[in-house]
Design a protein around this ligand. Structure first.
Ligand SMILES: [Zn+2]
Ligand SMILES: [Zn+2]
Length: 363
């Protein structure tokens, strides 16, 4: 019986089409990539067999959410923790993770920031007697059977105090599949990557900087040539992410898009040949920027708590994305005040007006 199953598996593997890479590493098991919904920010958990890596941990108010997510995946030790760069929407929750989990290696770029958030991370590492090291482009390490290659920052990179461009970028390869994570790298780092010796091609890319148009340049997207792009951003965020120009380029290039602002946590599972997803691609192509003009990019430290919500209101509407939220939905605190509207109407009445229930809080 086992032989029959094995023969069937081999048969299917044999007819599953092309192989992109002749130097394929044979792997067994799976690589799971969880793009955890942390609102406006990044947090990505990779699991290969009993090995795991966390890339970023969302903003300060997300540490516990990420902690619970890791615990629900039976993680108590992380082989690697990467704080891509010292902005709060990436390392805000990292102090909680460092306190609560055994972290075998912690990586952050050689770029500091004079904020309490950054100091909290350093303090948590010190408390646990952990060294934080700064990898550079060309470094490689293994996550079980997955290979991790650091692509940026280059040894001689000089981005000064520009946190975003100093982001640690890695490509993770598992069998024939590959995933690219470039943190918040912007045009300068993307240009250096394009001019580097590295093979940028990846099946899946995380949109850099939450889908900002100061990143994700057309030439860069063409070099990565992904089948899928995952955008990690908060619904109705104040930065207008993702930007229309980026979405238009992705659509034009035939790239499927998944988004945490619309779909919550996105999970990809690779068996080394095929990648399966926990949901269907987004079809909305809805940009985060307001119509008729661009908003200035603000510093990521300024995630406001927003106005208190009155008790009479039944639901909170996002008049930009046309979504209906429960009052306690995590999206509400990320929402720009300008797009926020309270209502005591019913879901049916609101749907008749063209609103849709949020998939996360399911009003
Ligand atoms: Zn940033
Ligand atoms: Zn960011």
């Amino acid at each position: 019986m086992l032989w029959l199953m094995l023969a069937l598996v081999l048969m299917f593997a044999g007819c599953s089409g092309y192989s992109k890479d002749t130097q394929q590493q044979s792997v067994d098991g799976t690589l799971q990539v969880h793009y955890i919904d942390v609102g406006q920010g990044d947090s990505i958990l990779l699991i290969q067999d009993e090995h795991s890596m966390l890339i970023d941990a969302g903003d300060n108010n997300c540490g516990t959410r990420v902690q619970s997510y890791l615990q629900s995946n039976n993680i108590d030790t992380l082989d690697y923790v990467i704080g891509t760069h010292p902005d709060s929407d990436h390392i805000g929750g990292l102090d909680v993770i460092i306190y609560k989990f055994t972290c075998n290696q912690i990586f952050m770029p050689d770029c500091s920031k004079d904020t309490k958030t950054y100091e909290d991370v350093l303090a948590s590492a010190k408390e646990k007697n952990y060294q934080i090291t700064s990898p550079v482009a060309g470094d490689t390490f293994s996550l079980g059977q997955a290979k991790v290659q650091v692509l940026s920052p280059a040894v001689n990179a000089n981005y000064g105090e520009d946190a975003n461009n100093n982001s640690i970028a890695v490509k993770v390869t598992y069998g024939n599949n590959s995933f690219l994570f470039t943190g918040d790298c912007e045009e300068a780092a993307e240009t250096d990557l394009l001019n580097s010796e590295y093979d940028l091609q990846a099946d899946v890319m995380k949109a850099a900087h939450h889908g900002s148009d100061t990143s994700n340049g057309r030439e860069f997207l063409e070099a990565v040539n992904p089948e899928v792009c995952v955008i990690s951003c908060g619904e109705g965020n104040d930065y207008g992410h993702p930007r229309a120009e980026v979405l238009n380029n992705l659509r034009d290039l035939g790239v499927e898009v998944y988004r945490t602002d619309e779909q919550g946590t996105i999970v990809a599972v690779s068996d080394g040949t095929d990648i399966t997803w926990n949901t269907q691609p987004s079809q909305s192509w809805q940009a985060g920027e307001p119509e008729g003009g661009s908003q200035p990019e603000k510093d990521s430290e300024s995630m406001g708590a927003g106005q208190p919500v009155s008790m009479e209101a039944t639901y909170i509407l996002n008049t930009n994305t046309m979504k209906i939220h429960k009052k306690d939905c995590s999206s509400v605190s990320d929402m720009s005040e300008k797009n926020k509207q309270e209502t005591d109407k019913t879901v049916n009445e609101l749907e008749a007006e063209g609103y849709e229930p949020c998939k996360r809080c399911e009003p």
